[in-house]
Design a protein around this ligand. Structure first.
Ligand code: RFL
Ligand code: PHB
Length: 404
C-alpha cells in the first residue's frame, strides 16, 4: 500500500473540490484531490450557467478568471413571462448595480482543471473504492488507483463529492439530520448551437408548465422545459422539444426562436435537500454533498462556491494563524446562507411551475403573488437581491507563504 501524507484530502473534482484546491494552492496549503470519474468526463458535464457576482469575485481571487472575463456575459436583468406577457426585472437598478454573469459550469470546471494542471498539483482521477475513515481522530482516505492501493493520511477531509458521494454516507446516522423536499416534475434541458432567443434569460410561467430560455454564449443556447418525472429523454425528439417550447412562449419570442440540432439533452429531477451540520470532526461537507436546490433560482453552483469561500478561509486561518475559529464556525455560517438560498429556490420553483395537485384557489393565489411581485418595487427588490446573491465576507487569501 502506498502511503501519501498531506494536509487536506479533497474528495471530488467538481467545482467545489477544484475551487478549494486552487484556493489552498494559492495559500500554500498542501492537498490532493481524489475523484472517481475520468478527467475527460468531469470536464464535459453540462450543468449550471449563472454566476453571482460573489462567485465571480472568488474565481478572480483564485486567479482563474481570464476566460471568464473575456467570454462571460454580464446580465443586468431577467425577464419573467406570465399570462403571455414579459416583465423585466432590472436586477442592477434594484441592487445598487449588482449583476450576474452567464458562464457555464463546464467552462468554470475546465478553467480550474487547467490551472491545476499548470501548477502540477496532485489529482487521482478514476480512483476506485474511495473510503473515508477515522475523521473524528486521524483522518484517512483509502482507494485503489491504477492497480495500486493508496492511503492518504491528512489533517482534514473536504467532502466535495456531490449528492451521491461517499463522505456524507460515511457519517454515523446519529450525528446527522437531513431535510428534503422532492418535486413532482423534472427539467428537460437542451443545449444547441443557435443564437439565444433574447439578450436576457426568460423565465416562463405558462398553463402548459414552466420553461426557461438561457444561454452559454451569443451562439449557444440552453433551454429547459418542465416535464413529468415519468418522461424519458427518448420521448423527446428535437422537433417535439422546440414545438413545446414555442407553445409556452409569447408570440414575439416564438417568432424569434431559432431552432437547431441538440448537442445535449437530459432530464434532471428537482429536489431541495439540506444536511445539518456540515462538519463532522475533521470532515467538512461542501457543495452538493451537503445540499441540493432546484435549479430555478440558479443557486446550486453558487452555493458550492460560497461554502468553499468559508472553508478555504477557515483552513487558511487554521494553518496561517493557528486559529480554529473559522473551522468551528464553518457549519453554522454556511447553513445560514444555504437555508436562504433553499428558501429562494423553493419559492421560485413554487411560483413558476405548474403543480398537478394544486387547486384552482392555489393557482389564483399564485397568480396574484406573481402579479404583486412584478408590479411592486419591494417585491422585485426581494427577487433581485436573492437572484444576484446574498452578500458574505471573504478574507483575501493572496500573498501568503507556503505552510511547511
Ligand atoms: P458535483 O459537481 O456533483 O461534483 C462532485 C464530484 O465528486 C465526484 N464523486 C466522487 N469522487 C470520489 N469518490 C466518490 N465516492 C465520489 N462520488 C462522487 C463526482 O464524480 C463529481 O466529480 O458537486 P459540487 O462540486 O458540489 O458542485 C455543485 C454543482 O455541480 C451543482 O450544484 C449544480 O450543477 C446543480 N445543477 C444546476 N445548478 C444550477 O444552478 N443550474 C443548473 O442548470 C443545474 N443543472 C445541476 C444541473 C446538477 C445536476 N446533477 C448533480 C445531477 C444538472 C444536473 C444534471
Ligand atoms: C442554465 O443556463 O443552465 C440555467 C440558468 C438559470 C437557471 C437555471 C439554469 O435558473
Amino acid at each position: 500500500m502506498e502511503i501519501v501524507k498531506t494536509k487536506v484530502a479533497i474528495i471530488g473534482s467538481g467545482p467545489a473540490g477544484l475551487l478549494l484546491g486552487q484556493l489552498l494552492y494559492k495559500a500554500g496549503i498542501d492537498h490532493v484531490i481524489i475523484e472517481q470519474r475520468s478527467a475527460e468526463y468531469v470536464a464535459s458535464r453540462i450543468r449550471a450557467g449563472i454566476l453571482e457576482q460573489v462567485s465571480v469575485d472568488l474565481l478572480e481571487q483564485a486567479g482563474v478568471d481570464q476566460n471568464l472575463k473575456t467570454k462571460g456575459l454580464p446580465h443586468s436583468g431577467i425577464e419573467i413571462l406570465t399570462n403571455g406577457k414579459k416583465h423585466r426585472v432590472d436586477l442592477s437598478s434594484l441592487t445598487e448595480g449588482k449583476q450576474v454573469t452567464v458562464y457555464g459550469q463546464t467552462e468554470v470546471t475546465k478553467d480550474l482543471m487547467q490551472a491545476r494542471e499548470h501548477a502540477e498539483l496532485t489529482s487521482f482521477y478514476e480512483a476506485e473504492q474511495v473510503q473515508v475513515d477515522d475523521f473524528y481522530s486521524e483522518p484517512k482516505v483509502t482507494f485503489h488507483y491504477h492497480g495500486k492501493d493508496y492511503q492518504i493520511e491528512c489533517d482534514f477531509i473536504a467532502g466535495c463529492d456531490g449528492y451521491h458521494g461517499v463522505c456524507r454516507a460515511s457519517v454515523p446516522v446519529d450525528k446527522v439530520k437531513t431535510f428534503e423536499k422532492v418535486y413532482p416534475f423534472g427539467w428537460l434541458g437542451v443545449l444547441a448551437d443557435v443564437p439565444p432567443v433574447a439578450d436576457e434569460l426568460i423565465y416562463v410561467q405558462s398553463e402548459r408548465g414552466f420553461a426557461l430560455c438561457s444561454m452559454r454564449s451569443e451562439t449557444r443556447s440552453r433551454y429547459y422545459l418542465q416535464v413529468p418525472l415519468t418522461d424519458h429523454v427518448e420521448d423527446w425528439s428535437d422537433e417535439r422539444f422546440w414545438e413545446e417550447l414555442k407553445r409556452r412562449l409569447d408570440p414575439e419570442s416564438r417568432e424569434k426562436l431559432v431552432t437547431g440540432i441538440s448537442i445535449e439533452k437530459s432530464i434532471a429531477p428537482l429536489r431541495s435537500f439540506v444536511t445539518e451540520p456540515m462538519r463532522f470532526g475533521q470532515l467538512f461537507l461542501a457543495g452538493d454533498a451537503a445540499h441540493i436546490v432546484p435549479p430555478t433560482g440558479a443557486k446550486g453552483l453558487n452555493l458550492a462556491a460560497s461554502d468553499i469561500a468559508y472553508l478555504s478561509s477557515a483552513l487558511v486561518e487554521y494553518y496561517h494563524e493557528g486559529s480554529e475559529q473559522g473551522i468551528n464556525e464553518y457549519s453554522e455560517k454556511c447553513l445560514q446562507r444555504v437555508w436562504k438560498a433553499e428558501r429562494f429556490s423553493w419559492w421560485m420553483t413554487h411560483l413558476l411551475h405548474r403543480f398537478e395537485t394544486e387547486s384552482e384557489f392555489d393557482h389564483k393565489i399564485k397568480q396574484a403573488e406573481l402579479s404583486y411581485i412584478l408590479t411592486s418595487q419591494a417585491g422585485q427588490t426581494t427577487l433581485a437581491e436573492n437572484y444576484v446573491g446574498l452578500p458574505y465576507e471573504i478574507k483575501p487569501l493572496n500573498h501568503l507563504q507556503p505552510v511547511g
